[in-house]
Design a protein around this ligand. Structure first.
Ligand code: ADP
Length: 523
């Protein structure tokens, strides 16, 4: 029998495994229930395909991504591997043919959507097959801490666990927070977890702040026009924005396509294929696009609007540069994006309090990321529970503006928060904190007598915008914590060190606004 390394060479033509691949494959072949966590583009497919080829029997892959099964099957068949998928798009004749094929072991691998396991006839059938491995793909949707939580996937897992002929299970995801990992290990009774480094050395992460809607559009049109040789993805928050931007790009003569859940199946599939087969230079899409898309030469990913979590964001920008060549991601961040994401949470079908709170927390973590002065890649890696050196290529690492000591200003903000909170035994949102610092006390807050605090009006020379941004940056860098449904501010332990003078707060000088020498201050 061939070794895994030999299969890698003969079937895929690769000489070496990438980080984590051999560990996952070995764990699976040793019969352990294995969880594989690798970033998008890390090479997860091979980790289930090679065991599938090496094991005697059949491998079932359960994936929530029906739209991509066809591409996955096509790729396998092209590589000479007998594979098929069973889904609702099949005619009765096709369905029967594939079922017969399965029964006669004509396929080494087959793909199904989780709902398929609800079908008693199908469930009976798979129990008659010589199954060797069940793969659960995009498994983070099982965890309420992951993005795209789908409780119905849990039913599929229960069905898998109840299979009379259950051999071994492996699960794969690109979502790597410790919370999600712990959750999945528990739900799936995992015996071996392999988690690779999440840093993407070839990816330059950039954030552009403070652009208006029309400036964002102009930015994108110019960028795409300047990068005509390259292929890119632009993510927008709503279908309407997708349609608008795609139309603008097309009007400029750019080969742009669009993709969102409001389009018909055929039109969506066409757009996806046009993009995969290089008929398009750029695709404008909602987050409905891209999970599992295996296009290696995407050179840039631009976010017209900020996604609702760091997990989704990292997965989306991970679609750039899967071939390892230098690539770029640009987040066009404005505070209106927070309102849009809030709107999505408020209007989500799922209004369970715990779920809602998770979504709000994830949104806040994403907003913190957008305001940090730290290395952006490192910030994300730390968020995933790992660490790295500064990347040297993100928009914070390459920021040439001078570092300014903002310790005193930070102390003012924090001492004000402590005074407000202790005077009333409560916590207050950024808006309320900034109001007091700027010497404003709305009528409905008169009862607090915050105007008697020594910090009242202490920062009245700051513009509203700059002070808001400054407070946000203190949250982002961990000096302040935000708690509760109303986003009340509190001083963290790191913040307390700053107050005691044991730590300094260094920040980049703000961009010059209208020629003032200290742009934070109104003249
Ligand atoms: P993921 O599913 O983790 O996002 P894929 O499995 O689609 O990533 O792999 C991403 C790309 O990397 C694919 O083009 C794949 O062929 C390539 N790849 C995977 N493993 C290797 C390897 N060991 N050597 C070289 N290229 C690889």
């Amino acid at each position: 029998m061939q070794t895994a390394q030999e299969v890698l060479k003969t079937v895929y033509g690769y000489d070496d495994f990438r980080e984590g691949q051999a560990d996952i494959i070995n764990a699976v072949l040793a019969g352990k229930r294995t969880l594989g966590i690798m970033p998008t583009g890390g090479g997860k497919s091979i980790t289930y395909q090679i065991p599938a080829l090496m094991l005697d029997g059949i491998t079932m892959v359960v994936s929530p991504l029906i739209s991509l099964m066809k591409n996955q099957v096509d790729e396998l068949v092209t590589a000479g591997i007998s594979a098929t998928m069973i889904n609702s798009s099949l005619t009765t004749a096709e369905y029967q043919e594939r079922i017969d094929g399965l029964e006669h072991e004509a396929y080494k691998l087959f793909f199904v959507a989780p709902e398929r396991l609800d079908d008693p006839y199908f469930y009976q059938l798979i129990q008659r097959l010589p199954l060797d491995l069940v793969v659960i793909d995009e498994v983070h949707v099982l965890s309420q801490w992951g993005h795209d939580f789908r409780p119905s996937y849990l039913r599929a897992v229960a069905a898998i666990d109840n299979l009379a002929n259950l051999p071994n299970v492996m699960a794969l995801t690109a979502t790597a927070t410790e919370r999600v990992q712990a959750d999945l290990e528990r739900i799936l009774h995992i015996e071996a977890t392999v988690k690779t480094g999440f840093a993407r050395a070839n990816l330059a992460i950039k954030i552009e702040k403070g652009l208006s809607n029309s400036e964002k559009q102009r930015f994108i049109v110019d960028y795409v026009a300047e990068h005509q040789e390259d292929v890119g993805i632009i993510y927008a928050g709503t279908r309407k924005k997708v349609d608008e931007l795609a139309a603008i790009l097309k009007a400029r003569g750019i080969k742009a396509g669009r993709y969102h859940a409001g389009m018909g199946d055929a039109e969506r599939e066409q757009a996806q294929n046009d993009f995969l087969y290089d008929e398009l230079d750029v695709i404008v899409a909602t987050n409905a696009f891209g999970m599992g898309i295996n296009k290696t030469n995407v050179r840039y990913v631009i976010h017209l609007t900020m996604p609702g979590s760091i997990e989704s964001y990292y997965q989306e920008i991970g679609r750039a540069g899967r071939d390892g060549l230098p690539s770029e991601s640009i987040l066009l961040y404005s505070s209106a994006d927070i309102r849009l994401q809030r709107f999505f949470i408020d209007n989500s079908d799922n209004q369970e309090p715990e779920y809602r709170q998770n979504e709000l927390t994830k949104l806040r973590e994403m907003t913190n990321f957008a305001s940090t002065a730290m290395c952006l890649q490192r910030y994300i890696i730390q968020y995933f529970g790992q660490d790295m050196e500064n990347c040297g290529k993100c928009s914070n690492c390459t920021d040439t503006r001078e570092l300014v000591d903002m310790t005193e200003a930070a102390q003012k903000v924090m001492s004000n928060i402590i005074r407000m909170n202790s005077k009333t035994n409560g916590t207050y949102s950024r808006t309320q904190v900034v109001n007091v610092l700027r010497g404003r006390l709305p009528e409905n807050m008169a009862w607090t007598h915050f105007d008697e605090l020594p910090t009242y009006g202490l920062m009245d020379r700051w513009t509203l915008k700059n002070l808001n941004a400054f407070v946000d940056s203190l949250v982002a860098d961990g000096y302040l914590n935000v708690a509760g449904e109303f986003n009340g501010l509190q001083v963290s332990t790191t913040g307390a060190d700053v107050l005691k003078g044991e730590q300094t707060v260094m920040q980049r000088e703000q961009r010059k606004v209208s020629g003032t020498s200290n742009p934070r201050v109104k003249t």
